[in-house]
Design a protein around this ligand. Structure first.
Ligand code: AMP
Length: 400
């Protein structure tokens, strides 16, 4: 059987990441990033056969020119023949999408409709689909949604305690994000631990620049920390996570903030960066904290405290807890944060194995709790691109 390769595209407003993935193994054949699109010096960087190359794009080149350059590159590297589909990461699928789907006119219209809920992300995702559809006319385009995995949450978990008609008329509810990652690491966890998928209670902590935790019961999301937008929940790199909504009126009435100012404050100037007044990068914060930087120490403390509180509360959502999974740049690499969070959850009978915890870094997966721990803690590197590739290959096969 010929190899099933999928081009995975993750489009942002001025950049896009791409990869060609072998759907059956997850092997990354080509990967790269087009960035500073629309600026004076846009570029396309890629890695192929272990070699990294940077291609300068014409000044002010936008998505279309960069994707056409990618098409040329794929032809040059003779990677086109095995391609079976293009898989697109789409951030917000609203309530319309509970799983990945082949893109057609109706799907495009539905994604367009949810754009109001994700104005920073969905328009860029749609642009990517549009350009890729004309650049790869012979390939099916598949949309994979960050929100889809969380559509199994029960009403009492996804609703805000607002007038019910806010949900009915405007779709205001919690949707949750990072679904592809939470789904992937929970499936891996079932395999690694030999858990029964009909009888399992897992919390997955995706800790990267954006952070979220999800409660997964019997393989289905039943609660998650992000909400209507990816701002709710944990302390993140530059995002505040949970705050008192009364803050909005205070900032606006007393301090003269516009809604745009408030959005910038909460999304771009808060979190680890805001508290430390130093950096949004967890490595920099950890280093500064070790050197006695008080605000960096406080930022780490707040990050771990909020995370531990969420995990504990998700034991209520699950009615127990079998396993706690760490993933994402921080979850996969910061033994310090993992240790501190597990220590705060000691009342669950969860204990950290320090040697195993320190060994689980740089893409290594494994159990990091002691053998007698009541809850198993483990590290599972995420692989969202592979999930997108697998879904795209499967749907392409099913719809042939
Ligand atoms: P991601 O968005 O998943 O790429 O994760 C980015 C975050 O992971 C940044 O805050 C990095 O500082 C953090 N990170 C990466 N490597 C390490 C490390 N060795 N120790 C602590 N944090 C790390």
């Amino acid at each position: 059987m010929p190899s099933q390769h999928v081009l995975v595209l993750n489009c942002g407003s001025s950049s896009f990441k791409f990869a060609i993935i072998a759907a059956s193994t997850g092997h990354e054949i080509l990967s790269g990033l087009a960035e500073r699109l629309g600026d004076a010096a846009p570029s396309l960087k890629y890695k192929f056969s272990g070699t990294k190359t940077v291609v300068e794009l014409p000044p002010h080149a936008e998505h279309k020119a960069a994707i056409l350059k990618l098409v040329d590159l794929i032809t040059e590297l003779k990677l086109g023949d095995d391609l079976v589909a293009v898989g697109h990461r789409v951030v917000h699928g609203g309530e319309a999408f509970t799983q990945s789907i082949l893109v057609d006119g109706d799907v495009l219209a539905a994604i367009q409709q949810t754009s109001a809920l994700a104005p920073l992300h969905n328009p860029a995702n749609l642009l990517g689909i549009d350009v890729a559809t004309s650049a790869f006319k012979h390939l099916p385009q598949i949309a994979v949604f960050d929100t889809a995995f969380h559509q199994t949450m029960p009403e009492h978990a996804y609703l805000y305690a607002l007038p019910y008609e806010m949900y009915q008329k405007h779709g205001i509810r919690r949707y949750g994000f990072h679904g592809t990652s939470h789904c992937y690491v929970s499936e891996q966890t079932h395999q690694i631990l030999g858990l029964d998928k009909n009888n399992s209670k897992i919390v997955t902590a995706h800790l990267g620049n954006g952070c979220s935790v999800t409660a997964i019961k019997n393989g289905r999301s039943v609660d998650t920390s992000m909400g209507l937008t990816p701002l709710e929940g944990l302390v993140m790199g530059t995002r505040s996570g949970d705050i008192d909504p009364g803050l909005f009126a205070y900032l606006s009435d007393q301090l003269g903030y516009s809604s745009k100012d408030i959005d910038t404050l909460l999304n771009k100037q808060s979190g680890l960066l805001g508290i430390s007044a130093l950096s949004n990068d967890c490595r920099t914060i950890e280093e500064a904290a070790a050197n006695g930087h008080k605000q960096a120490q406080l930022a780490l403390e707040m990050f771990c405290f909020r995370l531990a509180k969420y995990i504990a509360s998700f034991a209520v959502s699950l009615g127990g807890l079998d396993a706690l999974v760490f993933t994402g740049g921080i979850g996969e690499n910061s033994d310090l944060i993992r240790q501190r969070v597990i220590e705060q959850l000691a009342f669950f009978g969860m204990t950290c194995d320090h040697d195993k915890n320190q060994a689980a870094r740089f893409g290594h997966q494994g159990i990091i709790s002691t053998n007698d721990s009541n809850v198993i803690a483990l590290v599972v590197p995420t692989n969202e691109e592979w999930v997108i590739a697998k879904d795209a290959a499967r749907i392409t096969k099913e719809t042939k």
